[in-house]
Design a protein around this ligand. Structure first.
Ligand code: NCD
Ligand code: ZN
Length: 346
């Protein structure tokens, strides 16, 4: 018996497309399956103003192959110099759907991010007033805090005080990786949500470190213990409106991943939907995949659910390229380490 499921076309609520040759190479991988994506602004230099976002949007649309349909949802990179009036104008333009908070030094190209949260209060208060979501990279950067604890410490010492001090601020906890993240998102009101990546549903820290170091499994926030992966699986497959897909697909060329100081990021744009079908089937929750990948995100971002659909069918072992060959260099596609039998139709 063929098993198949049809869902509204999915969206990706956290995606890195980069720029130039890399953008050109990776954009079709996302546009093939996803109708829309929240586009991360951590370019060099970052996408800080409405004008930057308009220009980047233009470059993305110019890189989109003819015949493909895709809507980039633009995001501004919050700096201590961000002007609340520019953020309000960005929101009013309809092009910009969120602002991203990177604690300075937390991840790739975050050095221009925020050191002192008090310096951005004016912007955050404006965002609370107009209902523009803040996407948060939730890790402290304090060198004394163990890298495996940085998310949990951020929630207690930064995120919770921030949310209490700016009531009404709509927050997306990006790429949560811990049971503490799941619990905090669950306990919030409808002004709080959390994205979960594909790879954090599949790997724990052993996959990165046991039996030889696997640079293609290294990302930030780093994958944690098994108990956390299981908490993420339970949250993603619960159907609860708080949780939705943000792949955090983050391409880096192999030369920079397989390096003495390797870059953080897993590239999952190519195979996310087959992988998610596999995970949701394992959890006996295939009927919840549409909530996670196609319904909960638009509800939080106050956008319509896509009218077109995607069908996934179970059959022979799925195949995808090991690498995407871009003009910037090869990018290794995330390898789950087990066979997957789900295919996207069409
Ligand atoms: C992202 C990147 O490469 O831009 N890397 C990652 O490991 N996820 C940045 C980020 O989202 O933290
Ligand atoms: Zn990211």
């Amino acid at each position: 018996m063929t098993q198949s499921i049809t869902l509204p076309r999915p969206d990706d609520w956290h995606l890195h497309l980069r720029d130039g040759a890399m953008l050109q190479g990776v954009l079709p991988e996302t546009a093939r399956h996803f109708a829309r994506a929240i586009i991360m602004p951590n370019l060099v230099p970052p996408v800080v103003t409405l004008a930057d976002a308009q220009a980047y949007h233009g470059r993305i649309m110019a890189a989109l192959p003819k015949g493909m349909h895709f809507e980039p949802l633009m995001v501004l990179y919050l700096t201590e110099g961000t002007d609340p009036a520019d953020v309000a104008a960005a929101h009013a333009s309809g092009l910009v759907k969120a602002v991203k908070l990177y604690p300075a030094g937390a991840t790739t190209n975050s050095h221009g991010g925020v050191r002192d949260i008090d310096k951005v209060r004016g912007v955050l208060e404006k965002m609370a007033e107009i209902g523009l979501p803040l996407c948060v990279h939730g890790e402290v950067t304090t060198p004394e805090v163990d890298i495996f604890d940085r998310e949990a410490v951020f929630i207690d010492t930064v995120l919770d005080p921030l949310r209490r001090s700016i009531p009404g601020l709509r927050v997306v906890m990006e790429h949560i990786t811990t049971e503490q993240g799941v619990a905090y998102a669950r306990a919030g009101g409808d002004d709080l949500a959390a994205t979960i990546t594909t790879h954090h549903l599949i790997i724990n820290r052993n996959h990165i470190l046991a039996g030889g170091i696997k640079p293609h499994y290294y990302c930030l926030p780093v994958a944690k213990r098994e108990q956390h992966r299981l908490a993420l699986r339970a949250a993603a497959t619960s159907g609860e409106p708080r949780f939705f897909l943000g792949t955090d697909s983050a391409p880096h060329v192999d030369a920079l991943k397989e390096h003495a100081c390797g870059c953080a990021g897993c590239f999952t744009a190519t195979n996310t939907m087959p992988l998610l079908a596999h995970v949701f089937e394992e959890e006996g929750a295939l009927d919840k995949l549409e909530h996670f990948a196609a319904r909960n995100g638009p509800a939080f971002y106050r956008l319509p659910v896509n009218k077109t659909t995607m069908t996934l069918t179970k059959g022979a072992a799925a195949q995808w390229p090991d690498k995407i060959l871009t003009e910037a260099g090869p990018v290794t596609v995330f390898n789950p380490g087990f066979p997957v039998h789900w295919h996207v139709e069409g």
